[in-house]
Write a protein that binds this ligand. Structure first.
Ligand code: HPA
Length: 267
């Protein structure tokens, strides 16, 4: 763990209290208001040296530490994407801090385009696995042998089972699928979408995969859920834009909040 992560964890504990955090939650585009559900202390990323600027609209760059359904959680209101900085490891320090605060698990959320007609915009998709189609890796340059992270079952089977049970209890449809990471920031071409569909992807987005890799590297159990905001390029007549993503994400956000609350209550 870096010195910086220890220092930041101390600063956070001084402000938010000493009780260990159990679970971290990263909020994707248009999902930022979920942080308001947490009864706790908010700290701006700007006060946490080395945290990303999270300069993408639709994100809220604050860390909120507090209680949700009786569990102590750390909610990251924004993330850094590879396409903002050219650095694949931009979320490494925040996740190191999460580990340092005591967390054992992480749930990552994002907005994504779907390639599955049975998972249309407004629905949620639980990631069963992912394809790193960017060729990038947040552990490039990590010198220790810990960099050789096994990725079989990277998407924690027990957490996924728990999330499915929670969704069912809430009457929320939660299908599982494979997420492909494209670096962005331009959206994909229809040909690229046909290519990854052929290769087994069900949804596409510009985030999450680096965070899954980093979480496993740090020994955190991890699961991820996409809110589907559009059909991927070439699969519908609707135009694809960031504005549209931000407008559609809240549709899934309400369902996501129900599922996460129910999951946490029995975590
Ligand atoms: N592609 C990539 N990222 C996205 C999409 C998409 O279609 N929708 C929301 N985020």
């Amino acid at each position: 763990m870096s010195r910086n992560a220890e220092d930041l964890a101390r600063l956070i504990r001084d402000r938010a209290g000493d009780a260990p955090v159990r679970l971290g939650l990263i909020l994707g585009s248009g999902l930022g208001h979920l942080a308001e559900a947490v009864d706790g202390t908010a700290i701006d990323y700007a006060d946490l040296e080395g945290f990303p600027h999270a300069g993408v609209s639709g994100h809220n760059p604050r860390l909120v530490i507090g209680d949700l359904e009786g569990q102590r959680v750390a909610v990251f209101g924004g993330r850094a994407h590879y396409y903002e900085t050219g650095r694949g490891d931009a979320m490494r320090l925040p996740l190191e801090v999460l580990r340092e605060l005591g967390a054992e698990a992480l749930i990552v959320t994002n907005a994504a385009g779907s390639m599955r007609p049975d998972i249309p915009p407004g629905e949620l998709m639980l990631l069963s696995d992912h394809i790193n189609f960017s060729g990038l890796n947040p552990l490039i340059g990590e010198p220790s042998d810990a960099r050789f992270v096994p990725m079989t079952d990277a998407h924690d089977p027990l957490m996924r089972a728990g999330l499915k049970v929670a969704a069912e209890a809430e009457g929320v449809t939660l299908k599982e699928g494979v997420y492909a990471w494209y670096s962005g920031p331009s959206f994909e071409t229809p040909a690229e979408i046909r290519a990854i569909r052929t290769l087994g992807a069900d949804a596409v987005g510009m985030s999450t995969v680096p965070e899954i890799i980093l979480a496993r590297f740090l020994g955190l159990r991890v699961a991820a859920i996409s809110t589907i905001t559009n059909m991927a390029a070439g699969l519908s007549d609707e135009s694809i834009s960031h504005e549209h993503t931000k407008a559609m994400a809240p549709l899934g956000a309400a369902k996501l909040e129900k599922v996460l609350r129910r999951f946490l209550a029995s975590f």
